[in-house]
Design a binder for this molecule. Structure first.
Ligand code: DGL
Length: 264
């Protein structure tokens, strides 16, 4: 099956998801849109997140993609159902694969979830986990300072450890054995999070879980030559490049500025 992925995120964080996809899947064609002009989505209301997600999706669909990926956990939490009902191409979010992986992995039936305020408020992870296995207990917490700490490339280890410890303290008391890092940015703090919760706890990266899920659907017939990566942002491409290369782990090719507003 030929695949031209359209992938959007509230901004830069989705590059961790793109990284997982490009590392795990055969060479493919990707168009990434980062809504850097309107980021962050985490503190915003459901209606606003849905509206932005619809606009981002139309922008990508007009570029003739054949699979839409919501890299953003916040958008996946609040807009996936709306987008699936509006568009005829397959729409994939990061939540179902992470839920599947966590439910299979837990041994003691206690799963923790950390994410943005909007993701946690939506209770989508809890609902999906309970729908799979009502016996599993879930515990969740928002970690709103993680996103700015990571984007700023903040390096003071003591401060990072303190913030991580403070946010994770309530979850640590619940005896969880699995923790879903339900935000595009959190894999960049994985080392700190893992150290805080203990090596025996499995930390799940939803971007990786999505890549594993797509991999199971079989090979794509794109040759290396026809594989491509294209980037669009709604604000300053240079900041996206500077910060984004840390998220993507590789140099980024040309980044184009999308017209703002996306539609007139
Ligand atoms: N991309 C968002 C997410 O995964 C984090 C950044 C934001 O709040 O926009 O939830």
């Amino acid at each position: 099956m030929r695949r031209r992925f359209g992938i959007f995120d509230s901004g830069i964080g989705g590059l961790t998801v793109l990284k997982s996809l490009t590392e795990r899947l055969p060479p493919s064609s990707y168009i990434y849109f980062g809504d850097t002009a309107r980021t962050p989505y985490g503190p915003k209301s459901k209606n606003t997140i849905i509206r932005y997600s619809i606009e981002n999706s139309i922008f990508l669909i007009e570029k003739k993609i054949d699979l839409l990926v919501l890299a953003c956990n916040t958008a996946s939490s609040l807009a996936l159902d709306t987008l699936s009902s509006l568009f005829s191409i397959p729409v994939l979010g990061v939540i179902d694969p992470a839920v599947e992986k966590a439910c299979c992995a837990t041994r003691n039936g206690k799963i923790g979830i950390i994410g943005t305020k909007a993701t946690i408020r939506s209770k989508i992870y809890e609902k999906k986990i309970k729908a799979k296995n009502p016996k599993i207990e879930t515990f969740s917490g928002a970690c709103p300072l993680f996103v700015p700490l990571i984007e700023e490339g903040y390096r003071n280890k003591d401060v990072i450890e303190l913030v991580v410890r403070d946010y994770l303290a309530p979850l640590k008391k619940k005896n969880i054995d699995t923790l879903i890092l339900a935000c595009t940015h959190y894999p960049l703090l994985k080392e700190y999070i893992q150290k805080e919760v203990g090596r025996e706890i499995l930390c799940i990266d939803p971007g990786e879980a999505l890549a594993e899920e797509i991999e199971k659907t079989g090979p794509q017939d794109l040759s290396k030559e026809s594989a491509s990566l294209e980037f669009f942002v709604s604000d300053d491409p240079e900041r996206f490049r500077k910060v984004g290369e840390r998220f993507f782990g590789h140099p980024l090719p040309a980044i184009k500025k999308a017209p703002v507003p996306l539609f007139s």
